[in-house]
Design a protein around this ligand. Structure first.
Ligand code: NAD
Ligand code: ZN
Length: 247
């Protein structure tokens, strides 16, 4: 059974513009927990209690230690067949943008190139006081939050709840969405703003939007196709089908 319907199949050319938005779901099959449910808990804390600037100001060591724990998970993880299928899709097309809410570098490690990291990267850091960058990998054994030469605490370069997205990145993501012929929304609950706006903008501007998610989301009833299942299984099928239309 083909996944794609005729309306989408008609749009498929090497020159079509494709934009993709990924969320934590695509990395869950690599063993990186999403923030939903009990699997996101660390000690007794929910991610929302740790991933915000007030928590870091009040408890820098606790928040740092949680990131060190998450870095351990990310470093052990490998890109899965979903990440690899997106790399293959990029190789086939002239115009491809990968917008990710993930901070785990798995798209980079899978070989994707045109990546917009909306929420930062867990391996990068900067000083919370003077903003000096610390992009070296911190040894996992360092569980006390390190200090900058200015005396400020070094924090992960992550966009926390309540913070602005890095300058320019969101705008570029919106541009990619606005010009897309085909837009894929993968493994995201479509509730974390402003990222959640991106697929809707693509739709308004005429893109065919396909969602890949085992669960119903805010986007499901609006998109052209809502594919229920894990991205590790569905994306390779989807990319193989796109390839047959290109040949
Ligand atoms: P989210 O809001 O993007 O929700 C995760 C979504 O993935 C859910 O809708 C779920 O149904 C879906 N999903 C679960 N398994 C899937 C699979 N196998 N294939 C496809 N979809 C699947 O993410 P969140 O966990 O609520 O996180 C909120 C914020 O924290 C986002 O910025 C998120 O990207 C970030 N975060 C990033 C990572 C990471 O870098 N890997 C991990 C956790 C959270
Ligand atoms: Zn400093």
């Amino acid at each position: 059974m083909p996944i794609l319907n005729e309306k989408i199949a008609e749009r498929i050319t090497r020159g079509m513009k494709v934009a993709v938005l990924t969320g934590a779901g695509i990395s869950s099959e690599s063993g990186i927990p999403t923030f939903r449910g009990d699997e996101g808990l660390w000690k007794t804390y929910r991610p929302e209690e740790l991933a915000n600037p007030q928590a870091f100001a009040a408890h820098p060591h606790r928040v740092w230690e949680w990131y060190q724990y998450r870095r351990g998970i990310v470093r052990q993880a490998e890109p899965n067949s979903g990440h690899l299928a997106l790399k293959d899709l990029e190789d086939l097309l002239e115009d491809f943008s990968l917008i990710t809410q993930n901070v785990d570098s798995l798209h980079i490690r899978a070989g994707s190139r045109n990546i917009l990291e909306l929420h930062g990267n867990i391996e990068k850091n900067y000083c919370s006081r003077c903003r000096k960058r610390y992009d070296k990998l911190f040894d996992q054994k360092i569980i006390e939050c390190p200090e900058c030469s200015c005396g400020g605490y070094i924090r992960p370069d992550i966009v926390w709840f309540g913070e602005m997205l890095p300058a320019g990145v969101f705008e570029r993501a919106m541009q990619a969405a606005e010009s897309a012929d085909l837009f894929l929304s993968i493994g995201t609950s479509a509730v974390v703003y402003p990222a959640a706006m991106i697929p809707f903008r693509a739709m308004e501007k005429g893109a065919a939007v396909i969602e890949v998610n085992p669960q119903v989301t805010e986007l499901s009833s609006y998109c052209e196709l809502s594919l229920r299942g894990g991205s590790g299984e569905i994306l390779p099928q989807l990319v193989s089908e796109i390839t047959t239309y290109l040949n």
